[in-house]
Structures are given as structure tokens and as C-alpha cells.
Write a protein that binds this ligand. Sequence first.
Ligand SMILES: C[S@@+](CC[C@H](N)C(=O)[O-])C[C@H]1O[C@@H](n2cnc3c(N)ncnc32)[C@H](O)[C@@H]1O
Length: 443
Amino acid sequence: MSTFDEALTLEGEDVLLRPFGLRDADAIADAMRAGEDFLPPNVPPPGEALAWWLETGAHQIPRSGRGLHLVVADPRTGELNGTIGLYRPDWPVRAAEAGYGIRPGARGRGLATGALRVLARWALRADGGGLNRIELRAGTGNHASVRVAEKAGFRREGLLRSAGRGPRGLVDQHLFSLIAADLADHDRAGQADRAGQAGRAGRAGRLVGVGVGPGDPELVTAKGVRVLREADVVLVPVMALDEEGRAESVVRAYTGKAERVVFALNDRGGVTARRAAAWDAAAERVVRAFDEGAATVAFATIGDPNVYSTFTYLAQTVRELRPEAEIATVPGITAMQDLASRSGTVLAEGAESLSLLPLTGGVEPFRAALETGDTVVAYKFGAVAGEVIEALKEAGRLEDACYGARLGLPGEQVRPAREVAGPVPYLSTLIVPGRRIARGGRL
Ligand SMILES: C[S@@+](CC[C@H](N)C(=O)[O-])C[C@H]1O[C@@H](n2cnc3c(N)ncnc32)[C@H](O)[C@@H]1O
């Protein structure tokens, strides 16, 4: 490989590295006006040339083989928090120099370390940047930069005298490097460390069920995102290995780590052989991950992991195989909450009760719940949708009921239940709000 990739995007913990684009023009212009010092020396030109620089792609320095400059972006918003680059490439020895800068407002959050780790790991991989050595120079008085280099695993090689320019003239610089062989050492040390951590804590790893909401990637909690990103392994349930799962599409908005495990998600009729085999296989995968050194395995599940989730059975099976494993959950937004919000329906007020009923066993419990006059929510009623509508009519509660299908996913529907006709998809939810006559009438 003799040049760097032009459209490179790399993802790390809480950091996204992406190419520069026109969207960055304002942030860069603001930073230059404010005299911020985070931009590497050769990025970018000031004034009118800035727009040209971005528009023409001149910032894609790889085209000239001189290096690579990427935006250190917020993974959620894509906003520019800093820049990182590899320059002065020496292709015969497969070496380059790394440089980075973080905007003053985004400092102190470990972004530079995270960005440097991700970029260096990519650059030193044969199937990545193909380099063997990355150099890094930090002024002897630039303690923050020295810490970043050390935390990212760079080794100090020596002192370069009068080699850089500081605010008050020429300065000495520490020379650091990271070479491809160091990465193998780091990986081994990291694995031993993680296994050690699990062993020291007296447990065989931690399984976390992470609720990722009904489908809209914006409806995942900040904690859920963090746990998914920090986990050593992220498992997502799918019906078949070649199909993207519902939880998976949400997880992929935040991390590329998703590994598919097959579950008989659409089986009916209790503990089928297929279902049991799937729980066993998934639990064995979790235990194998612990044995290979994973401290945390996250399992993503739609909605909330404690509400009709397959996570319950996985956790039970893992507990049997590895009683000392720690099991935890991160709550997620349920489909009924999402439908309440999207349809403008109040789920419960005053002294009303709120009943959530899965209708896999038929509509009788639903009919009984409608009698109370309080709020009733139905899940899993795909097979009995016609009877559900009939029951609503008989109870005189069809008018207020609202229906939602594939919430947050392509093909979403939210409408009054009276408009429902014909078969409905498995991902359908129904809310029958309590009978309310006056403001605060149920207080
Ligand atoms: C196995 S349960 C999963 C419940 C989920 N853990 C929760 O907390 O909402 C599946 C049922 O949840 C409801 N559901 C889940 N995601 C949905 C979505 N995106 N749109 C509509 N209903 C959904 C449907 O009633 C579906 O039959």
C-alpha cells in the first residue's frame, strides 16, 4: 500500500474519525478567528481559501501521498471536536508521524487518547494503513500531549533538541514511537489484564442486557450507548445469520461490534426445541467469550430487557453454566411508551391502573381487563387482531384506542385502532387509555 484511504472513517470509544467536509467549514473558520491552536500546521488554509480547500477535496492529502487528516468528531452529532493526522510518510520504511489537536471546549475528556489509539491501531494493521512505525513528537513542556502519547501506548525513544516551535520560540521535543510489533504485545497484555480483572473480582465476567428501545436509534439511553461501546463483545439476536436483527440495526448506529446470535424469535407454543437450542447456544457463546478474556458481554434487546425479552432466558442459562457470572441490565424505552409518545396518548393518570397483556394465549384476558375501565396495553396480538378489534367494539372502547406498528422502524404506522383492518405485523402495540371524563377525574 502506498497511499492512505481517501474516505476513511474509524470508530472508537466515544470518538469517531471521519474525513473533512464542507460541513466543517464554519467550525474551522470560528476556531481560526478565535485563534484556537488545535489545528495541525498544514491544515487548513485561512480565509477564502478555506471553502476552496474543503470543496475541492484538497484537504484529502492522501491524493498527494503526503498523509492523512481526519476530523475527531462527536459520534452522536458528527460535530468537529478536533483533528488528527498522519503525515511525513516514509513509504520505504513504512513510517509516518502522528499529530493531533482538540478544540479547547472538548478537552479533558480523553478524546485525543481515544482518537490516537484508534488511528494508530488502524495505521499499523496490514489491512489498514499498512505502516510499521508511527512517530510522535511532543514538546517537553506539553505535559498533556506527553500523557496522551503514553496512554495510547507510545514508547519514549529520546530527546530531539530545538526541534519544535513553542509559543516562546524553539523547544526541545520528546520523541515517541509505536510499532506494529508493540500492538501484539498490547493485545496480549490487554487480554491478560481483562482476564485478571474478571478473576480478581471473583467472577467469570459480566453479562449485561441492554434495552435499545423499540427501533429508533435516538431512543437509547446514554448509559446503554456507553455499555455497548465499552463491552468487549456485543451480541444481537437475529432470526437468521444473514438477516439484520431489529436490535442490531439500533446497535449499529453506535458501534460496529455487533455479533449475531440466532434465536427462534418467531416460534410459537412454549419452549420449542429450536428455542431451547438457541438459548443454549447463545449462553455457550457468552461463556466462551468470558473464557477468552472478555470482562463484559452486552446483549442488546428491543425495548426493555426486563419486559418480555429473550434476555431473561439467556441470563437464566448463563447463570446455570457460570453461577459466579454477574448479570445486569440497562433499562430501555418500551414499545408502549414509544407509542404513547408518538400518538399523544396518556398511559395512566390519577388512580388508574395500567395493564400490559401479551395476547399469545388469546383475547379473553384482554376482554376482562377492558371491563375495569382503566388503561390496557396489548402486545403480541398479531394472530388475533380481528378479535381484538371486536372486543374493543363490544366494550365501547374502540374510539379512544390507538395502534402502532414497527415503531421507529421503516414502515412505521401510528393510527386510531378503528382504522385497523386485516392482518397486523408482529411488532404491533395497542393502547386503550382509561376512561377519562374530566380533568383530574381519576385522582
Ligand atoms: C417480545 S416483546 C418485546 C417487548 C420489548 N422488550 C419492550 O420492552 O417493549 C414483542 C412485542 O413488543 C411490541 N413491540 C416491540 N417493538 C415494537 C415496535 N417497534 N413497534 C410496535 N410494537 C413493538 C409488540 O407488541 C411485540 O409483539
